[in-house]
Design a protein around this ligand. Structure first.
Ligand SMILES: C[S@@+](CC[C@H](N)C(=O)[O-])C[C@H]1O[C@@H](n2cnc3c(N)ncnc32)[C@H](O)[C@@H]1O
Length: 302
């Protein structure tokens, strides 16, 4: 009698992918078996399942289909459409790996353009030290990426309305602080926009919630809608202009004379918001495009 060989983790993962492909692609457009293997490896490594000596060995181990098996848990979360970054708990952004939880937005690659602009402005500027605000810091991805990419002395305030998001940002600060010069300082504050912030800044960076809850709903992928924090994404349509008016007004008064605001926004609304910024008093306003030629950023100078 022929004994059926033991199914290995790698085979179970491939079989799951082939069987559930249609369902998975609905949640994860463009997903490949290579990406799944990479993320399972990352999850196994980070959560101490694999000892790290040869990460590929994880796929040669027998598949044990009990409930606490990491691969079974991985399958369950994938079937529910949980974003891969929330499953592994990590997202690569700019130059580092950031911890992410469902309390924070998964940092997007287009936001790296904002970081690049901020770093380039700091490095070209004659001043040697800067006071910077990252408003709506989430995972802390913008603030920490800037800190890692300049030797000039920075004092960064990372703010968010969400205390849970600030907890994740603090965690990322603790694990990444050894990667940037010791003279940089980073502090955290809970605040609705700038309401609790009294400092004057050279640079204000922000990727605020900018999707109109109703008008922009069609363009939001259902996985984003179902998994990411709505506080990080949406504003009520009827309060949209008021919300940004308050933000721009406070930024104007918290900015030093030669300071700059860099803001990410929605391609459909940034031209209108530029008009709003002008009314508040900003003298120089620039709309910046992303690599796909869509208007995605606003640069404001006094
Ligand atoms: C689009 S997410 C950006 C997160 C992160 N900066 C990034 O780029 O990945 C917006 C962030 O703004 C925060 N936020 C929402 N409303 C806010 C408010 N009124 N004041 C300050 N932060 C707010 C959210 O909690 C969220 O972390």
């Amino acid at each position: 009698m022929k004994i059926k060989s033991i199914v290995k983790n790698g085979e179970a993962l491939s079989a799951f992918f082939e069987k559930e492909k249609k369902h998975l692609l609905h949640f994860y457009p463009g997903l490949t078996i290579q990406r799944l293997k990479q993320d399972f490896k990352l999850m196994a490594f980070i959560h101490g399942i694999d000892n790290g000596t040869n990460a590929d060995e994880i796929f040669d181990r027998p598949y044990l289909s009990y409930k606490t098996n990491p691969l079974t848990i991985f399958f369950e979360k994938l079937s529910l459409g949980v974003p891969l970054e929330y499953i592994t708990g990590y997202r690569y952004f700019y130059k580092s790996l950031f911890r992410v939880t469902p309390d924070v937005l998964i940092p997007r690659s287009e936001t790296e353009i904002l970081v690049e602009k901020a770093v380039s402005w700091i490095n070209k500027n004659h001043s040697e030290d800067f006071h910077v605000l990252d408003l709506g810091t989430g995972s802390g991805a913008i603030a920490l990426s800037i800190l890692m990419d300049t030797d000039k002395k920075l004092q960064i305030v990372a703010s968010d309305i969400s205390e849970k998001a600030l907890k994740v940002a603090r965690e990322n600060y603790s694990s990444l602080k050894y990667l940037f010069p010791a003279h940089h300082k980073m502090t955290f504050i809970q605040s609705d926009r700038l309401h609790n912030i009294k400092d004057q800044f050279d640079l204000i960076c922000t990727n605020p919630p900018y999707i109109k809850r109703l008008a922009d709903r069609e363009g939001v992928h259902h996985q984003v809608q179902n998994s990411e924090p709505h506080l990080a994404l949406f504003l009520d349509d009827d309060l949209y202009d008021l919300w940004f008016h308050d933000l721009f007004h406070s930024c104007f008064h918290s900015l030093k004379p030669h300071g700059m605001v860099l803001m990410e926004g929605h391609e459909n609304h940034l031209e209108h918001l530029a008009e709003l910024a002008k009314k508040v008093g900003f003298g120089q306003i620039e709309l910046i495009k992303d690599y796909t030629d869509r208007i995605r950023f606003l640069k404001l100078l006094k």
